[in-house]
Ligand binder design. Structure first.
Ligand SMILES: C[S@@+](CC[C@H](N)C(=O)[O-])C[C@H]1O[C@@H](n2cnc3c(N)ncnc32)[C@H](O)[C@@H]1O
Length: 215
């Protein structure tokens, strides 16, 4: 039986393939660098959704963040890689959870919620639901940062993007879950986030930001 594109993360092959290319995804470090600069060093608790092997957490630590981190992912292989990366580091807690379902209710509140290249795997309905749950989990004044793959209506931009990424074939299964930037910004504003905007963009990659108002 053919497994769907998203469930492939539950296989060693997909995880190894991604990790072998993790550092050569074009321009991602530019988006990550804007994200890192936006997060205060005084931050106490950070949640990473679809954490993978903990790339973003490692970058935050290298950037001087001494927060408590909670990493959520549904792939046992990714979580295994994350555990290897933070062997004796008690500041990183991992939770195996499928983001297609509501977030666990017992994880507490966070100053910051981050995610990179993970939320686009969810359906539109679930993305919007997750954004509402993130709003509830954030402390007042908290920030949500989603560096992700977005949908474009422009065939020209999509062709150029695929060329730059070295993608020879169109992965229709993957692309059908992508969501337009303006749609996602509207969802965040409707939920109650403020200062919602795209703080960085390269072709189909965007850094989407929203703050939970102080009151
Ligand atoms: C492209 S990787 C990105 C990993 C990491 N955030 C990074 O930037 O390197 C996508 C990650 O999302 C996770 N993921 C995809 N769908 C998920 C779901 N429904 N629930 C939890 N994690 C999911 C995968 O297991 C994988 O670790």
């Amino acid at each position: 039986m053919e497994i769907d594109d998203h469930s492939k993360w539950l296989t060693r092959k997909r995880v190894d393939n991604y990790l072998s290319k993790i550092d050569i995804i074009p321009h991602r470090s530019e988006g990550e660098s804007v994200l890192l600069d936006l997060i205060s060093k005084k931050t106490k608790r950070i949640l990473d959704l679809g954490s993978g092997n903990g790339r973003l957490i490692k970058l935050l630590k290298e950037h001087g963040h001494n927060a408590e981190f909670v990493a959520i992912d549904f792939s046992p292989y990714m979580l295994e890689e994350l555990s290897k990366q933070f062997l004796d580091d008690t500041s990183v807690k991992k939770i195996k959870h499928d983001l297609s379902f509501p977030l666990p209710s017992n994880i507490g509140k966070f100053d910051v919620v981050v995610s990179s290249f993970a939320i686009h795997h969810l359906t539109n309905r679930r993305k919007k639901g997750l954004y509402s749950e993130i709003f509830m989990l954030l402390k007042r004044g908290g920030i949500f940062c989603n560096l992700d793959h977005i949908f474009t209506d422009s065939k020209h931009l999509n062709t150029f993007f695929r060329k730059k990424m070295g993608h020879k074939v169109i992965n229709k299964e993957h692309n059908k879950r992508l969501t337009k930037l303006d749609v996602q910004l509207d969802w965040l504003s409707d939920i109650g986030f403020t200062d919602v905007d795209c703080y960085w963009k390269w072709l189909e990659f965007a850094l989407i930001i929203g703050y939970k108002p102080f009151r």
